[in-house]
Write a protein that binds this ligand. Structure first.
Ligand SMILES: [Zn+2]
Length: 189
């Protein structure tokens, strides 16, 4: 894992933009960003995600090229960039995110990364382009071509960021993260 700052993130995204676009368009879909939590500990980072976000909001990349194929979001990995907050070990439900829930720093780190990535990749921060794993699992972008639903509305196999805080309204996580991302876009990132 290599620690980077937001300027380096921007350069990496700009360098990967053309390749990601080609791969995504060949599949008839836009370039996407998927937001995960690792379901591991705060200090555990995984190669399955391009970007890991540490407890204090630090950014770590597992690759030098966001075109590198990673296994993060079932049947949705091509032409996509994966961000994961290192947290949510032993999370059980929207009311119980376990002993290592997402930190405020991680939430802001995700939002800042969304602002930088979407601008560099020239995609909007909406639910067709920026999705939590919970949303992607249930095909909430309306694209049912790749897999059966397996998220909170169906089998509940994956529900990353269905909420960002315990007790939040179920399903609110994606809108909150995208809203924060838009705020950072409008405020200098
Ligand atoms: Zn996930």
């Amino acid at each position: 894992m290599r620690k980077i700052n937001l300027d380096e993130l921007r350069i990496m995204a700009e360098n990967a933009k053309a390749g990601l676009k080609t791969v995504a368009e060949n599949l008839g879909r836009p370039v996407k960003i998927y937001i995960h939590w690792s379901a591991g500990h705060y200090d555990q980072y995984y190669n399955d995600y391009h970007i890991n976000i540490g407890k204090n909001g630090e950014l770590f990349v597992s690759t030098d090229d966001f075109n590198e194929y990673k296994l993060h979001t079932y049947h949705r990995n091509s032409g996509a960039v994966a961000i994961s907050a290192a947290c949510a070990y032993n999370a059980h439900s929207a009311n119980d995110l376990g002993p290592e829930p997402p930190t405020d720093y991680q939430i802001e780190g995700i939002a800042q990364s969304l602002a930088v990535l979407t601008k560099a990749l020239d995609i909007p921060i909406d639910n067709k382009h920026v999705m939590t794993h919970a949303e992607a699992a249930d095909n909430l972008d309306g694209d049912f071509r790749w897999h059966e639903p397996y998220g909170p509305a169906s089998t509940v196999e994956r529900w990353d960021f269905w909420v960002i805080k315990e007790g939040d309204e179920p399903g609110s996580g994606g809108d909150i993260l995208r809203g924060k991302g838009v705020w950072y876009c409008n405020n200098g990132l």
